[in-house]
Design a protein. Structure first.
Length: 332
């Protein structure tokens, strides 16, 4: 009897041990991260090497990792911190790693040392599109090329692209550039509910679309006084390697101004001419239209697309202050 009881007790103990062990494993499988701390550190290190190159000096950082809110947080903090431009101390990067699938999210710099902020070697002015201008910094190795201008004759919008040199050799999804689009406000209805415009030092209204303040923006929209004209500027998004998007953006915002904003815009001159031309010609599809601002006003010319076809289109001179048609000539 005692022997049977002993056997039963032993079996019961074994079952308890097995069930307890399975419970512990089940708990860790359910609540523990699938990707280990070492793997998370390895993934972030690989990401940084791909971004900054094998020769980048990471030895100046202390590396730490913590597991919070179901994510690995990896910090690269400067070993020799210096006061930053806002008086805080630090310098480095912080990343979040999803422990289930291993994807990495860059959460931004911890702080930026003054010595790490790229210094422009000169400042250039963009004024190739009539009606506005702004300044932008030039960084060593990232020198800009001449702006490429493209005009949409149907909408009247104008797009300019300033391409930069790329000294890093990094293959970006889009090459280093600033894109500028000047258009009638009807093409840019960025009136986001609850979003109020900011005002730059030249009293120009602008919206940091996407929110530069939250480091997630990639465009700025400027509006003239009567909101009839919008200029969208999309800078190249990158920090480091001698280039700073934040420095570039701040210079553009601070310096942007509309020139003679009270005058008739190109889009308005095109619309004035189009209204009259439709009355005289009806169908304007056979024509290309070109507008140019000269000393006596806006010159709007309709030219036949087919050079073999005889005849011609209307030609206008429009007062750049009042919008009055000063002269017009119809070719048949």
């Amino acid at each position: 009897m005692n022997k049977k009881l002993l056997i039963l007790v032993i079996i019961l103990i074994i079952l308890i041990i097995i069930l307890t062990t399975m419970g512990i494993f089940s708990f860790f499988n359910k609540n523990g991260p699938k990707i280990s701390k070492e793997k998370a550190l390895e993934l972030v290190a690989l990401e940084l090497k791909n971004k900054y190159g094998e020769d980048y000096d990471f030895s100046r950082f202390n590396i730490s990792i913590s597991f919070q809110d179901d994510l690995w947080y990896v910090k690269y903090e400067n070993k020799n911190p210096e006061p930053t431009i806002n008086g805080s101390i630090g310098g480095g990067f912080i990343y979040a790693v999803n422990p289930e699938i291993g994807n990495i999210v860059y959460l931004g710099p911890i702080n930026i040392r003054p010595s790490d902020i790229p210094k422009p070697i000169e400042t250039k002015t963009f004024s190739e599109i009539p009606g506005f201008s702004f300044e932008y910094p030039v960084f060593k190795g990232w020198e800009p090329n001449e702006p490429e201008i493209n005009k949409n004759n149907e909408t009247g919008s104008i797009t300019a692209t300033i391409f930069f040199n790329n000294p890093t050799g990094i293959k970006f999804e889009l090459g280093p550039r600033i894109t500028i689009v000047k258009s009638f406000n009807t093409d840019y209805r960025y009136n986001v509910p609850g979003l109020s415009p900011s005002i730059n030092p030249n009293k120009v209204k602008y919206y940091p679309i996407g929110g530069y303040e939250s480091d997630q923006s990639n465009s700025i929209i400027f509006f003239n006084n009567d909101d009839s004209l919008a200029v969208k500027i999309t800078p190249f998004m990158h920090e480091g390697d001698g280039y700073s998007e934040k420095v570039l953006v701040q210079k553009i915002i601070d310096s942007f101004r509309f020139e003679n904003s009270s005058k008739i815009t190109e889009v308005q001159a095109l619309q004035i001419a189009k209204t009259d031309a439709i009355k005289a010609y009806g169908d304007l599809s056979p024509y290309n239209v070109v507008a140019s601002l000269k000393a006596d006003g806006w010159h709007v010319d309709y030219e036949l697309k087919d050079p073999i076809t005889t005849g011609g289109g209307p030609h206008y001179v429009i007062d750049s202050k009042t919008g009055e048609i000063i002269s017009k000539r119809y070719e048949q």
